[in-house]
Design a protein around this ligand. Structure first.
Ligand SMILES: [Zn+2]
Length: 325
């Protein structure tokens, strides 16, 4: 294994262990060496990058010609990340994609691009309007290569940085984080008041206490209950969080599915007792993002069709869901 690939694994594990950058299987990193693109496998957690084999060798020229041609060159049965094609698209050797909570807090705002123009001044960067991850995102990015961006802010999605060495990518990522950092408004939760909702075994306290932040002001509750801000929130927590006031029946009637997170305003958040490890990471991420958003910010949500598309509902099921009463 080359020293640069070892360095990529070490850096990936560092980024993967930081909840403000990566949550669960979200985020991915890559390295181009000659004709090979080493990219993280789908579903793997960057946090385990030094403990587990998760980087797949992909034929760079092939995947550049056809974004769906990402079969590994070795015997691995793993699948390359859905986001492999943008790693291939970018000319730099090292590409890092994270769901940074600081970036997300800007990238969900209607005037986010305008605000970032000042904060990212001097760095070649591009703002990419929201589009479904995978080949559609790569296609849109390919239309924004002018100016050779090294920083990409993906609206309602996250951040990409690119450089020619792991050390440079590491430095660039933390430079962007420094510029986009927002001091979180951290409020006290009340776990004792949540105990009563855990008795029937349907709900439990979240693994990360920061998840409670979502329930601690009226504007956060309203935003979490209104819809979904970025794809991984949708995929792991569903279209929105339920609240005690709207109730679980009301939630089902609105969204045609059971809630995975329940907000008790002023006290905290409960997560479904059978929630996955990924869902635990995602409710923490939501708390981290919402505590960085000002009450007055104009926030953009994913539209409903996009949300149901992300949850793998086919058009028919979606339509039935909307018309059933
Ligand atoms: Zn992503």
């Amino acid at each position: 294994m080359s020293p640069e690939l070892i360095a990529l694994k070490r850096f990936s594990a560092k980024v993967g262990c930081d909840l403000t950058l990566t949550q669960g299987a979200g985020g991915n990193t890559s390295l181009k060496q000659d004709d090979v693109l080493w990219v993280k496998a789908s579903g793997k957690w960057l946090a385990n990058a030094e403990r587990e084999e998760m980087f797949l060798p992909i034929d760079l020229a092939r995947v550049r010609a056809d974004p769906t041609a990402a079969a590994p060159l070795n015997q691995s049965t793993l699948r390359a990340s859905i986001e492999t094609s943008f790693h291939a698209l970018l000319p730099q050797k090292v590409v890092v994609h994270v769901h940074s909570v600081n970036t997300l807090a800007w990238a969900v705002q209607r005037d986010g691009e305008q605000k970032l123009t000042t904060l990212l001044e001097g760095l070649p960067w591009a703002w990419i309007p929201y589009i479904r991850p995978g080949p559609p995102l790569t296609k849109l990015m390919s239309q924004h290569l002018q100016g050779a961006p090294v920083v990409w802010v993906l609206a309602n999605h996250g951040l990409i940085v690119a450089a020619d060495t792991v050390a440079e990518a590491d430095a660039l990522l933390y430079e962007v984080e420094r510029r986009l950092a927002i001091v979180p408004d951290h409020l006290p939760s009340n776990e004792a008041a949540l105990a009563t909702y855990c008795r029937d075994g349907q709900w439990k306290l979240p693994k990360y206490a920061v998840a409670h932040q979502t329930a601690l002001t009226d504007d956060r509750v309203q935003r979490a209950a209104q819809g979904s801000l970025y794809p991984d929130q949708t995929v792991f927590i569903g279209p929105a969080c339920a609240t005690i006031s709207s109730g679980l029946t009301g939630y089902y009637e609105q969204w045609r599915m059971d809630a995975k997170a329940l907000l008790v305003p002023g006290a905290g958040l409960l997560i479904a007792a059978d929630a996955s490890a990924g869902a635990e990471e995602m409710v923490a991420c939501l708390g981290l993002v919402l505590q960085r958003l000002h009450q007055s910010s104009d926030v953009v949500f994913l539209d409903h069709e996009e949300v149901y598309g992300l949850m793998n509902w086919d058009a028919e099921k979606y339509r039935q869901g909307l018309t059933r009463n």
